[in-house]
Design a protein around this ligand. Structure first.
Ligand code: ADP
Ligand code: MG
Length: 167
């Protein structure tokens, strides 16, 4: 089973992925670490303080791998059986990111990206997944989120919640 988990920073990708990897007994890859360690990037973006991923190299790394969970902002570049898109209200994103050494500007940028569904839209417009799970984590614990995902995957079902922070 190939599972990707994407979402705006603060939606809970890393937390949920760890629980899910244990439940499904799948090896877990954190994509920002993988991209850095395996050199799957074109350059370093000083302003964003992040590596610019090279999608082709990322795909090559996962080519032939049948069982994994890959979690990170760039997960939608990898062909998978399930792509999980985590969402959280912009206010929740801000709250959750406050614990990080991020500038206020960076926190607000992420909250606004979530408000306008930037990550979700990009993933849904360039689908490399067979099935999709799109869920709101705002009022759910990481355990509840992981359980919902696990149940859908075990049943082979999709789960798509309508989420629009602009309404
Ligand atoms: N469903 C949730 N409910 C409450 N807090 C959460 C939830 N998911 C994650 N968190 C908390 O939010 C913060 C960001 O979660 P993290 O998994 O690092 O997000 P991401 O990997 O998407 O950036 C962490 O402090 C984590 O404990
Ligand atoms: Mg993370």
């Amino acid at each position: 089973m190939r599972v990707g988990i994407t979402g705006t920073p603060g939606t809970g990708k890393s937390t949920v992925a760890e629980i899910l990897a244990r439940k499904l007994n799948l090896p877990l890859f954190n994509l920002s670490r993988l991209v850095r360690e395996e050199g799957l990037y074109t350059s370093y973006d000083e302003e964003r303080e992040a590596y610019e991923v090279e999608p082709e190299k990322l795909r090559k790394f996962f080519e032939g791998k049948e069982d994994f969970i890959a979690e990170g902002l760039v997960a939608h570049y990898i062909p998978v059986d399930y792509l999980v898109i985590l969402r959280a209200s912009p206010e929740t994103v801000k709250e959750r990111l406050k614990e990080r050494p991020y500038s206020e500007e960076k926190i607000n940028e992420n909250a606004e990206a979530e408000r306008f569904a930037v990550i979700a839209t990009e993933a849904l417009e360039n689908p490399l997944f067979k099935k999709v799970i799109h869920i709101d984590t705002t009022n759910r614990s990481p355990e509840e989120v992981a359980k919902l995902i696990e149940e859908a995957i075990r049943k082979g079902e999709e789960l798509f919640e309508e989420i629009d922070w602009l309404e």
